[in-house]
Unconditional design. Structure first.
Ligand code: HEM
Length: 414
């Protein structure tokens, strides 16, 4: 992290509220601080936080501008990290989301074909099958946890299909995913770092067995086979293997999971929207996009300045971190009319930045849309209303915006 001279800081608009604080998210109080920032300081600087000093970009246009200029605003792990936290205890974490070109370009090319339209056609059938099986097994007339019984098994099940691994390993995948994505001020301790490495080591041991198995076989469509049979990812160091596997399990897991739980909250707050979907089922794909905009399951991504530069009239120094708050950009009133409203007919729902933009835009976006769309369709077809029975428990993280528990009951729509 760059050391910033005092005169520099004196000239900067200072972020009045530390928007990296967990409490804003666990208590669902993030709306007002970001709305205020969008109105008064689209780019501001917070000199002190548990994660050190950081810039906050909060408007749609500014986030997009940073995303597109990857030469100035780097994702490279060795310049910092892709989250507000500077990696876990200086441990290198070289996955391809945390690389710039040319490494990023070469490794993304290995993974992207697994999400091509033809691959997605085949996956869609598996998603529908899994979704029906899960929903058929839900208790009727009883309270249950939507996160545990729907959002988690649905998304991890898909991930295990992509890896071509047995479903009964889902608990291990969930645990490793939670460790790999644990960005929180509470995690900046030596104990956390030590346990993090233990968990990542166990994950590597498990996946190395699978990778070696695939190496010995003819190439297939699954993600592990694609990796091991490629030039760009076939001979990675142990840390590169850990980091890339963690990327795939976090990328494909918490994000879609929290969209599926966010859907319940959105339809509960705006019950008329379920009626709209019943009236016109062709709106389902748009509704999936609107859920991602409204929920913004990835709260932010971070970049690091590769040189001294100017942005939105501010001087940014080489090495400083800039946090792009998607959660705020997706509520930008200049782009999304009545932005806090959940509206499945919203004309520009697809313009959301929940998947990012530019060269790192989410590679799994289409798969996420299919999974969320399938879940909505199945709920509509069953004529269900998913009714929360208590306030959900929200994730303590400024990085992933989601839920740990959501008690609900199924009711039939009247
Ligand atoms: C609603 C669900 C999802 C959301 C909101 C989401 C969000 C994101 C975001 C914000 C980025 C970074 C974009 C940037 O830096 O500009 C990203 C990248 C990525 N996502 Fe997703 N994601 C979702 C689902 C998935 C799924 C299902 C997978 C795979 C199974 C996946 C795998 C990845 C990967 C591998 C990257 C790195 C791409 C790169 O660096 O080129 N994501 N995602």
């Amino acid at each position: 992290m760059a050391t910033i001279a005092a005169p520099d800081i004196a000239e900067r608009p200072i972020t009045p509220v530390d928007v990296s604080a967990n409490a804003l998210y666990t208590e669902n109080r993030w709306h007002d601080p970001f709305a205020e920032l969008r109105r008064t300081m689209p780019l501001s600087y917070r000199p002190d936080s548990p994660f050190g000093g950081y810039w906050s970009a909060v408007t749609y246009d500014l986030v997009q501008q940073i995303e597109i200029d990857h030469a100035t605003f780097s994702s490279a792990w060795d310049r910092g990290n892709i989250t507000i936290a500077d990696g876990v205890g200086e441990v290198e974490f070289p996955n391809f989301i945390a690389q710039d070109p040319p490494i990023h370009t070469a490794q993304r090319k290995v993974i992207a074909p697994a999400f091509s339209p033809s691959q997605m056609g085949a996956r869609e059938k598996q998603v529908v099958e899994r979704c029906r099986m899960l929903l058929d097994a839900l208790p009727q007339g009883e309270t249950f946890d939507w996160v545990e019984q729907v959002s988690i098994p649905m998304t991890i099940g898909m991930l295990l299909i992509l890896f071509d691994m047995p479903y009964d390993e889902w608990r291990d995948i969930k645990r490793w995913s939670d460790w790999a994505s644990g960005v929180s001020a509470d995690n900046l301790t030596d104990e956390y770092r030590a346990e993090f490495m233990v968990q990542m080591g166990a994950m590597l041991a498990r996946f190395d067995r699978e990778l070696e198995d695939r190496r010995a076989k003819e190439p297939t469509d699954d993600l592990l086979s694609r990796m091991i049979h490629s030039e760009a990812m076939g001979n990675m160091s142990p840390m590169e293997r850990i980091a890339n596997i963690a990327l795939l399990i976090v990328g494909g897991n918490d994000t879609t999971r929290n969209s599926m739980s966010g859907m319940v909250e959105a339809l509960d707050r705006f019950p008329d929207q379920l009626d709209v979907l019943h009236g016109d089922r062709s709106l389902v794909p748009n509704a999936a996009q609107e859920i991602i905009r409204w929920q913004s399951p990835v709260t932010h991504m971070r970049r690091t300045a590769t040189c001294d530069t100017e942005l939105a009239g501010q001087r940014i120094r080489e090495g400083e971190k800039i946090v792009m708050w998607y959660i705020s950009a997706n509520r930008d009133e200049n782009v999304f009319e009545d932005a806090d409203r959940f509206d499945v007919t919203r004309k520009n729902a697809r313009r959301h930045l929940g998947f990012g933009a530019g060269i790192h835009r989410c590679v799994g976006a289409r798969l996420a849309e299919i999974q969320i769309g399938t879940l909505i369709t199945e709920i509509v077809e069953r004529n269900w209303r998913i009714v929360p029975q208590a306030e959900p428990t929200r994730l303590a993280s400024p990085f992933l915006h989601g839920f740990t528990q959501m008690p609900v009951r199924i009711e039939t729509r009247g």
